[in-house]
Design a protein. Structure first.
Length: 136
């Protein structure tokens, strides 16, 4: 059954693309279990991009709030080394057995504008549209 709540936002999909490969995780594939979907997303992202960098726009804020719990609760013994400023993530290094597995960074620190504004400013043909967060 679809998730609905007053004032609550739920991740319905998570995707990654590294220039060569991609993977998408849809909430319906996980019987609407957002925690399971996000854990599978993080595990797959880490395993398929060893030693890589992953950028999330505004990860220090919104994306982290929705997904950091699932990352911290994966079944693996990952070690996390965060760099924070004013209570927000700037980056997180994901380590396993002393080896760097993935570095997660907040791209808003590099490009300080909304995705919609960046797309417009850079004259991107396909602009970000509004997602109906609260349904019809």
């Amino acid at each position: 059954m679809p998730l609905k709540g007053k004032g609550e936002n739920y991740p319905y999909m998570a995707s990654w693309f590294n220039g060569n490969r991609s993977n998408t995780f849809n909430l319906t594939q996980y019987n609407y279990n957002k925690e399971q979907m996000l854990q599978e997303f993080w595990i797959n992202l880490i395993k398929e991009n060893p030693g890589g960098y992953c950028y999330f726009h505004n990860f220090g804020g919104y994306d982290a709030i929705l997904s950091i719990g699932a990352l911290l609760n994966t079944a693996y013994n990952y070690e996390f080394i965060p760099i924070m400023k004013d209570g927000e993530f700037i980056s997180i290094k994901v380590m396993l057995g002393g080896k760097l597995k993935l570095t997660i960074m907040d791209s808003i620190r590099i490009l300080p504008a909304s995705l919609a504004k960046l797309a417009k400013d850079w004259k991107v043909e396909t602009l970000k549209s509004h997602f109906p967060h609260y349904g019809p």
